[in-house]
Design a protein around this ligand. Structure first.
Ligand code: ATP
Length: 345
């Protein structure tokens, strides 16, 4: 089963699926650093970087935002643009498949513009190389012609700030990583921070929601604001359709969408279940695991694993992924009866 075929996974997974979801996300995005909940250290670091640039009347240093999806990378890029008073240009690694694609974007930037490249680790290698010079000297060399007659024409760029976002900073080549003046590693949010996100979202959506219900949603949101907001929306739908509210609506809605008490969804459980039932708890290699649950390795590595590791259900070892004792307990399986839920996959 792939992510696209699974409507319930699509709902709680952090990829925007529809116009409505995007509009919903946009409406809830914090507009400045003061509204941005949690990530205190990163906020303070960004504030300093912005203040220093303002005082010296120059563009802020290039910024790399690393971390799992839905933790606020795009939001932070928008905030940096807002707070520095410069326009924001949004692009993404997969859209930059040739150096020419990047040259077109870079050469049209206005002075001070913030260029946000999401999934920067997926940019073409030739574009990456062009970016080195652009980041360092605000200059690119454009190749004209081919073979022996090829010449390179230097082109000066307007000073800009690059904000790169990546779920896999390990895939970035060192020369690129080194050219960012500041790298922020976004961490999963604590439950009380997600409660704050939800209280803010309820206020913006004019929803009345009891604090025990907010706490329950927060505890099941995989440490991720985007998921918290989406679950809030599902609970609101449930409460509306079934004319109910409070904790009852939360429990019923989350059960309907297969979100368990730790916040794991069907894909998380499928991955764990595969490791336990098919590989006796591991170790198992990433690719083998991905094939056995019918998912992309990249999704397993950048979306599923970080949270399973964080809640202590999975460890990564040099020999592969290993489920912890807590994972056996969470899925109600024992090593003596590994096949018990094997057919659930
Ligand atoms: N710190 C925060 N405080 C309040 N809301 C937040 C915070 N971080 C994220 N959000 C909410 O979560 C949603 C997702 O955030 P965002 O799109 O910035 O994540 P992302 O890290 O860029 O994800 P992806 O890597 O998938 O693009 C936003 O709509 C925003 O409303």
């Amino acid at each position: 089963m792939t992510r696209d075929e699974d409507p319930t996974t699509a709902i709680v997974r952090p990829t925007p699926e529809s116009e409505a979801e995007l509009a919903f996300e946009g409406a809830l995005r914090p507009k400045n650093l003061a509204e941005f909940v949690g990530q205190e250290k990163v906020r303070a670091q960004l504030q300093l970087l912005l203040d220093a640039a303002r005082m010296q009347n120059r563009t802020p240093d290039h910024i790399l935002l690393a971390g799992p999806p839905g933790l606020g990378k795009t939001t932070l890029a928008m905030i940096v643009a807002e707070e520095s008073g410069h326009p924001l240009r949004i692009s993404s690694g997969p859209a930059i498949q040739h150096a020419g694609d990047l040259a077109a974007v870079l050469s049209s930037l206005v002075p001070g513009e913030i260029l946000f490249i999401d999934e920067i680790h997926r940019m073409a290698r030739s574009a990456e190389e062009m970016l080195y010079l652009a980041m360092e000297d605000f200059r690119i060399d454009i190749m004209v012609g081919k073979g022996a007659g090829a010449t390179s024409i230097p082109l000066d760029l307007a000073p800009f700030t690059l904000i790169g976002a990546t779920t896999r900073s390990g895939l970035l080549p060192n020369p690129l990583r080194d050219r960012f003046g500041f790298t922020a590693h976004l961490e999963f949010y604590e439950t009380h921070e997600l409660e704050e996100v939800l209280v803010r979202a309820s206020r913006l959506l004019a929803l009345e929601i009891a604090s025990d219900a907010t706490a329950e949603i927060a505890g099941r949101s995989r440490g991720t604001p985007r998921i918290a907001n989406r679950l809030l929306r599902r609970v609101r739908d449930y409460a509306l359709v079934h004319d109910t509210d409070g904790l009852h609506a939360v429990h019923a809605a989350l059960e309907l969408y297969d979100v368990d008490e730790l916040g794991l969804d069907r894909l998380d459980r499928a991955v764990l279940s595969a490791i336990l039932a098919r590989f006796d708890g591991g170790p198992v290699g990433l690719n083998t695991l991905a094939v056995s649950v019918g998912e992309e390795s990249e999704t397993i590595e950048s979306v599923v694993e970080p949270f399973l590791v964080r809640v202590g259900l999975l460890t990564r070892t040099p020999r592969g992924r290993v489920a912890t004792k807590a994972a056996w307990r969470h899925l109600g399986m024992t090593q003596e009866s590994p096949g018990l839920f094997g057919d659930d996959l």
